[in-house]
Design a protein around this ligand. Sequence first.
Ligand SMILES: CC(C)(COP(=O)(O)OP(=O)(O)OC[C@H]1O[C@@H](n2cnc3c(N)ncnc32)[C@H](O)[C@@H]1OP(=O)(O)O)[C@@H](O)C(=O)NCCC(=O)NCCS
Length: 201
Amino acid sequence: MSVDIAEIGGIVGPAETCLMTSPLTHRLARREDVATLRPLMAAAIRALLPQFLPPEAVEASFEVMGLDTQLIEDDTYFVVLCDRVIAGCGGWSRRATLFGGDHTLGRDDSLLDPQLDAARVRAMYTRPDFARRGVGRRVLELCEQAAAAEGFRRAQLVATLAGEPLYRACGYQERERFEAATSRGVAVALVRMDKAIGPPS
Ligand SMILES: CC(C)(COP(=O)(O)OP(=O)(O)OC[C@H]1O[C@@H](n2cnc3c(N)ncnc32)[C@H](O)[C@@H]1OP(=O)(O)O)[C@@H](O)C(=O)NCCC(=O)NCCS
């Protein structure tokens, strides 16, 4: 698997600022993180999706993936750090939009009802050289805890084929497989999944 090292170096600064053995920490994402998060997401898509999708579908995935800055404004988006390096990101939402970035069609920012609706899990990305180190699992735990604390009892998400194994490993069940159409004429395979969260009712 090839990763564009120049791109990665550009997003985090010198690699030696992070010892891979350092413990992972986390905080809420801030507006000033956006400049780091966008290239991190692009690197994750280009390095981690090709195991699951043909090249044309990887490129088409950019239309249905990416940063939703509303999550940062809502204080529902996390970054996971190794020392001061952002190793991954992801969030949850009390709004209806199920997937995609600021640019994705079909957004719906209306507020969900925790009593009736499932919180959304959104925009999970791990820097490729931190893949399979528990970053995704950490973000999911943070999202589920925060959504449960607001009264949500279910979490729902739309997974890429790269995300599906993570969500299955974390207890999410498949509800529907579908394809998102893109302007490139290439469909992107997606999976709607959900999970009960919070204390048992
Ligand atoms: C999906 C993604 C966020 C997972 O991040 P991650 O930090 O590597 O995930 P974790 O290390 O926490 O993985 C936890 C478990 O999920 C499963 N898992 C994660 N990635 C997997 C893969 N590529 N193949 C098989 N199982 C995988 C494993 O059970 C893993 O546990 P293990 O490593 O002990 O076997 C990352 O692959 C990514 O950024 N992909 C590209 C962007 C994307 O598609 N995001 C999902 C949007 S819905």
